[in-house]
Design a protein around this ligand. Structure first.
Ligand code: UGA
Length: 418
């Protein structure tokens, strides 16, 4: 928003985070974000505070960007941060203020919040404006989105949001105006479709493996059909992160509450297929080591849920690493950016920052997050003297011939064994 020319105040309840941001640093890894942050702090358009009162009284538009994680022990979303932040904001809202929800919420939430706000801040209004950015591409996706979707209940709200997004609308970004429930559903429908696409190709990978076919060629071939498209057809270890897994579960839970459970029954299968890739990878690893992990040296390449991120929330790579560690393997994990976060979640794994060191002594290497630098590895230079040496490429990105020529056995998900 500051990059688009607005004066922006970022509010967080965590003083440490606010201090880091105010000093021009980003408390997580996101390519391109530090530059944007610096530029806009320096231009005086962006600052950070823990004082909601101070920030709220200065603003006309209030974006709610808090998390909606999965409830512990249930599939539904935990909405406490959304309700909590709006409740805290209400007393400070000026007449005509617009509260814009960005968080991914169960359909019906915006209407509930509007009802609540009507009691506590009747002069303010709610709008819903789902966020579609991807981690790793956050800056580009924000400044050049595929589309903007706003759920509104008044002309006033629509006009304000048209003003906010004018620079993007002028660039030709589609601007869709709709009601609350449609706006909320667009977001979960989009993520459910993406999750389904990944699980579809992973289901095909299972069949390819049983039939001796090659999933990478199959995906390329079907992807040329523009009705299918070639994106999100990378078969492998499946999806993780803070969005797709919890969003499809919360969507199923909400559909159940609405009496539309059957409509989303397929998402249970999407989730199952996805989790099966992790279990399958562990069993391929076990088979490579002749049925026992005990005391065996295993190196895991990748801890983040995807490359270009240091996010390890529901990371498939870490789940596999932890499973092998729990079964007795000596697991060493490498990741270019996510080691500190990984160590907080699984403190008992061994983490090494140097990839050469991490690979030395490996009997089995698992390629679990497709950071580009792993493609640059020269298997002939890996110092491990273990015999035989095994590679499992659970992201289907490494060159089988190169690794086999260097004396490694190569296995991938959904590809022929030799
Ligand atoms: C996802 C959506 O792509 C965004 O549009 C959405 O805004 C965001 O969730 C959100 O709800 O906030 P993100 O979680 O950053 O974005 O990551 P994705 O790029 O969607 O990847 C998700 C997972 O799918 C990763 O673990 C990735 O490795 C996996 N994936 C992706 C595959 O296994 N195969 C593919 O072909 C593509």
């Amino acid at each position: 928003m500051a990059e688009l020319g607005f004066e922006v105040i970022g509010v967080d309840i965590d003083p440490a985070k606010v201090e880091i941001l105010q000093s021009g640093r980003v408390p997580f890894y996101e390519p391109g974000l530090p530059e944007v942050l610096h530029r806009n702090i320096a231009a005086g358009r962006l600052r950070f505070t823990t004082s909601l009162a101070e920030a709220a009284t200065a603003a006309d538009i209030h974006f709610i960007c808090v998390g909606t994680p999965q409830q512990s022990g249930a599939n539904a979303a935990d909405l406490s941060q959304v309700f909590g932040s709006i409740q805290a904001l209400a007393p400070h809202l000026r007449t005509g203020a617009l509260v814009v929800g960005k968080s991914t919420v169960p359909v019906g939430t915006a209407a509930l919040l509007a009802e609540q706000l009507a009691l506590t801040a009747p002069a303010a209004e709610v709008a819903w404006n789902p966020e579609f950015l991807r981690e790793g591409f956050a800056v580009t996706d924000t400044l050049h989105p595929d589309r903007l979707v706003v759920g509104v209940r008044s002309q006033h709200a629509e006009e304000l949001l048209r003003q906010v997004y004018a620079p993007l609308i002028d660039q030709g970004v589609p601007f869709l105006v709709t009601d609350f429930p449609t706006a909320e559903l667009v977001k979960v429908a989009a993520n459910s479709f993406l999750a389904t696409k990944i699980s579809f190709i992973n289901a095909m990978a299972e069949v390819c493996e049983a039939a001796g076919a090659d999933i990478t060629q199959l995906a390329e071939a079907i992807g040329y059909d523009p009705r299918i498209g070639n994106q999100f057809l990378a078969a492998g270890l499946g999806f993780g992160g803070g969005c797709l897994p919890k969003d499809i579960r919360a969507f199923m839970a909400r559909a159940g509450e609405l009496g539309a459970e059957e409509a989303l029954a397929f998402l249970r299968e999407v989730d199952q297929i996805n989790l099966r890739q992790r279990a399958h990878t562990v069993s391929l690893a076990l088979a490579a080591l002749d049925g026992s992990f005990a005391g065996r040296n295993v190196t895991v390449l990748g801890a983040a849920f995807k490359p270009d991120s240091d996010d390890v929330r529901d990371s498939p790579a870490l789940a596999v690493a932890a499973a092998i560690h729990n079964a007795g393997g000596n697991v060493v994990v490498h990741d270019p950016k996510a080691l500190a976060n990984a160590a907080r979640v699984y403190p008992t794994l061994t983490y090494l920052e140097d990839v050469t060191e991490a690979l030395a002594g490996a009997e089995l290497v698992l390629h679990l997050t497709e950071w580009p630098e792993y493609r640059e590895l020269d298997p002939a230079k890996i110092t491990s003297t273990a015999k035989p040496r095994h590679l499992i490429d659970a992201r289907n990105r490494l060159d089988p011939q190169l690794w086999r020529a260097a004396g490694w056995t190569y296995r991938a998900l959904g590809r022929p064994t030799a």
